[in-house]
Design a protein around this ligand. Structure first.
Ligand SMILES: Cc1ncc(COP(=O)(O)O)c(C=O)c1O
Length: 463
């Protein structure tokens, strides 16, 4: 039932899908409008009374839907009577604001991106040239839905060497980014009769959406200082975990919990999906090996080129236990089928020639310097702000003193031209402490120092 409402000059078409309760349909329609970028951050929503009248719903239904979206971080409220669209990480909205960022937010510290100004363009160009000139005619036909064998061999070798993953190239599936891989996994679990998947109770909202779009239900599980509270995972068909560097808290899953997680999977005939999105970047000690290495038959290891090189490559990979390989490959075959072959071959060449290792070594030094600069500036200007999760990855989470409101933090940052995410935007169930998630890899070199100084100045006004 398509409906429209008008508020403060904003007119929006909302499609309330049949087959859902009225409140669920409204929540879905609003989420869709926000994720697709039709409703951008800062857009005020009509009062619950006005929207209820426009849509022919009860006011209570609208209030409950707003409350749910506030809890999920899609909406934010300045006061009891003013609700607006929040800055949601990883959505089309954010992508749009990111490209708009170049014009409107001079200091982009939103997490989610490496420093793309460091992308090794000439190395990639020669890898692509190598791919195009060395590919045989057979490579240009429809290929294996798992990905080109040359890339799978290179990845099996690389993952074993760098992340302690134990996998044969036969059981690797190359996909178009992790989110695509997650959809493949969730669809395959559903096709086998699965119904639910556990997720950390803080994480990227669109990962839950990717799971739920397949028909599986996502069940948030509590996190504490040691990472996912494994004892509290309900009986589900799988669990998605950022074990090496939790997004957003930055914790590393405690060694005892790693073992317990594998036991949980074994006991429940379930699968652990290990999202190792930034596992290559650890600064203060040896990288922690993948959980997959402990129990390859119970863990799907997932890696991506989005942090190590650039999100635009759309290259990721799954190391899949034997029993799930065929169902996942079947889904892959019926969807995108395969990634573009020249890119696969270029990436294989980059891995095998040592070009990726060299790039990672250089970037680790680059990011560690950035992190240290950021932490130094914050310690000097705003010592009451507590950075956590600093040992790895490309983001730090800043815990703000109690009583600081997210909305105020966002407003002050915006005044200083700084883009960052609030911790609350990652909350899937419980509410978050006041905090910010800062992607220190995102700005290009020429704005980095100024971005950090602008952040420190803004925070000094706030705390
Ligand atoms: C938690 C997490 N997982 C995975 C990814 C990578 O996703 P993709 O490979 O789809 O770019 C990201 C990137 O921001 C991430 O933050």
């Amino acid at each position: 039932m398509p409906k429209s409402w008008t508020s403060g000059g904003h007119e929006l078409h909302l499609d309330l899908e049949p087959g859902f309760g009225r409140r669920a349909a409204l929540e879905r329609a609003l989420r869709e409008a926000i994720r697709s970028g039709r409703l951008t951050a800062g857009t005020p929503l009509p009062s619950s009374r006005a929207l209820a009248t426009d849509l022919g719903l009860s006011r209570g239904t609208v209030v409950q839907a707003y409350e749910q979206l506030l809890a999920e971080g899609y909406l934010t409220s300045r006061s009891r009577t003013h609700t607006e669209v929040a800055a949601v990480p990883g959505t089309a909205t954010r992508t749009q604001s990111r490209s708009a960022t170049n014009f409107s937010v001079p200091y982009d510290l939103e997490p989610g991106s490496p420093d793309v100004s460091q992308f090794p363009r000439s190395t990639w160009a020669s890898a692509l040239r190598h791919a195009v000139t060395s590919a045989v005619d057979e490579d240009l036909r429809y290929g294996d839905p798992r990905g080109h064998p040359a890339l799978r061999r290179a990845l099996a070798d690389y993952l074993g060497r760098v992340r302690g993953v134990r996998i044969s190239s036969q059981a690797i599936v190359v996909c178009t980014g992790f989110t695509n891989g997650l959809r493949l996994i969730a669809t395959a679990l559903r096709d086998r009769g699965g119904r639910t998947m556990a997720v950390e109770d803080f994480g990227l909202p669109f990962h839950v959406d990717a799971i739920e779009q397949t028909g599986l239900r996502a069940e948030p599980v509590r996190l504490d200082d040691d990472g996912l509270v494994v004892d509290e995972i309900p009986k589900t068909d799988g669990v998605l975990v950022t074990a090496s560097h939790q997004l957003p808290w930055g914790t590393t899953l405690h060694p005892a919990r790693r073992g317990a997680l594998v036991d949980w999977a074994r006991d429940n005939n379930a699968v652990v999906v290990e999202d190792d999105y930034d596992g290559e970047f650890r600064y203060d000690r040896q990288p922690i090996g993948a959980i997959q290495g402990l129990a390859p038959e119970h863990v799907i290891y997932a890696g991506t080129a989005s942090k190590s090189l650039a999100p635009a490559l759309r290259l990721a990979w799954l190391a899949v236990p034997d029993r799930l390989l065929e169902p996942i490959v079947k889904v892959r075959q019926l969807s995108e089928r395969e990634c573009p072959v020249f890119e696969q071959l270029a990436f294989a060449h980059l891995v095998e020639s040592g070009g990726l290792d060299r790039h990672l070594r250089r970037m680790r030094t680059h990011y560690r310097k950035r992190r240290d600069y950021l932490l130094g500036a914050l310690a000097t200007s705003v010592p009451t702000v507590r950075p956590i999760g600093i040992a790895a990855g490309l983001h730090v989470t800043l815990l703000l003193p109690d009583g600081v409101r997210d909305e105020d933090a966002q407003a002050v940052l915006a005044e200083h031209g700084v883009g960052a995410h609030s911790l609350a935007a990652y909350a899937r169930r419980r509410s978050a402490a006041p905090g910010l998630v800062i992607g220190y890899a995102t700005p290009p070199g020429h704005t980095f120092a100024a971005a950090v100084q602008a952040l420190a100045t803004a925070l000094a006004k706030l705390v």
